[in-house]
Design a protein around this ligand. Structure first.
Ligand code: NI
Length: 137
């Protein structure tokens, strides 16, 4: 029997964004992104789910201490993104459209560097209750 188990930590942040492609006309941006292209931005309450898969440590019985995972997410993701305007405040999103897909990859790339290689990592990001993305898949 495998002793690999996935553990999850859910966190929350809110942020504003505007979806648009600067090389397109206003008309095309509105046609593609609709309300999400609102020039004065709009906000979302994002739910973030971080999944870490690894083997159970026989000494602790943990795959990973979820307090440690929570601290990593808070320090390296939430402190960066929470209550921010993603387009204006985050350098990465000056050239990358801050869609849920791109935010999810952004978060993965940050956390991948902070979590040891022997763990698998997957990020799920809910932009609304019904719309969510997952990376890697
Ligand atoms: Ni939006």
């Amino acid at each position: 029997m495998s002793n690999r188990v996935s553990v999850y930590r859910r966190e929350h942040f809110n942020a504003a964004h505007r979806l648009y492609n600067p090389s397109w006309s206003d008309e095309k941006n509105t046609a593609v992104f609709g309300k999400c292209n609102n020039h004065n931005y709009h906000g979302h309450n994002y739910d973030l789910e971080v999944k870490v898969t690894g083997t159970i440590d026989p000494e602790t019985g943990y795959v990973m201490d979820l307090k440690v995972l929570s601290d990593l997410i808070n320090e390296y993701v939430l402190d960066i993104l929470d209550h921010k305007n993603l387009n204006l405040d985050i350098a990465y999103f000056k050239t990358v459209n801050p869609t849920a897909e791109n935010i999810c990859v952004f978060i993965y790339d940050i956390l991948r560097k902070k979590i040891e290689e022997n763990y698998d990592l997957q990020i799920r990001l809910y932009e609304t209750e019904r719309n969510y993305v997952e990376y890697p898949c």
